[in-house]
Design a protein around this ligand. Structure first.
Ligand code: E4P
Length: 215
């Protein structure tokens, strides 16, 4: 399973790449948090930092407007994948774009039925939102397992991108279930780099070495 970073923060992305991150997902909320209105320039800068796919989301409503904006976003950089919501209009938009080989990440997925339809419409990624289901008392990982099962049964090409990840256990369970990608917040990436027993063990090794070497 590859890891993407769920952020539009450039410093976090630069460090994330050093820790093995291969792609990025952004959304309007994450971009707004960076205080920029120039989404295009930000996404192009991000594409220069990370080696893999960078998702950028449509911000308009209505099929015609979404398709027009998606075509524009897709032309920003060869690694850009256009994020389109799992709505009635979103499925129609994805069908149109995929016919022209424009890669779409269908986002805000909360059911296996939406995931199946996304695949039939030619989505490149499907993004089930694990944490937001947990937040309302459902089990987001159950949905992830269900989607992977449905996709495997139908030899579907759409890649499963586990999203709305809240903690390292989500990451490991997504990988165990067979998700192709997971997009994680920077805080979770930092958590993946650390374990208290590693810190304690490393401190002990270094202290013992200093005693032996006299340095
Ligand atoms: C994914 O593409 C989304 O940007 C993201 O995972 C949403 O996560 P949240 O539920 O923490 O906002």
């Amino acid at each position: 399973m590859e890891l993407f970073l769920d952020t539009a923060n450039l410093e976090q992305l630069r460090q994330g790449v050093k820790w093995g991150i291969s792609g990025v997902t952004t959304n309007p909320t994450l971009v707004a948090a960076e205080g920029t209105r120039d989404y295009k320039s930000l996404v192009k800068t991000i594409c220069g930092i990370v080696p893999g796919k960078v998702s950028a989301e449509v911000t308009v409503e209505g099929v015609a407007a979404m398709v027009a904006q998606a075509r524009d976003i897709a032309a920003w950089h060869e690694n850009v994948v256009v994020k389109v919501p799992c709505t009635p209009d979103g499925f129609e938009v994805t069908s149109q774009l995929s016919r022209d080989n424009i890669r779409v990440n269908m986002t805000l997925c909360f059911s296996a039925a939406q995931a199946l339809l996304a695949a039939l419409c030619g989505a490149y990624f499907i993004s089930p939102f694990i944490g937001r289901l947990d937040d309302i008392g459902q089990n987001g990982l159950d949905l992830l397992a269900e989607i992977i099962n449905v996709y495997n049964e139908g030899s579907v090409k759409t890649r499963v991108l586990a999203a709305s990840i809240r903690h390292p256990i989500h990451v490991i369970q997504a990988a165990s279930l067979g998700a192709h990608f997971a997009t994680i917040p920077y805080k979770v990436l930092e958590q993946l780099t650390r374990h208290p027993l590693t810190d304690a063990g490393n401190a002990r090794f270094l202290a013992d070495w200093r005693k032996t070497s006299g340095s």
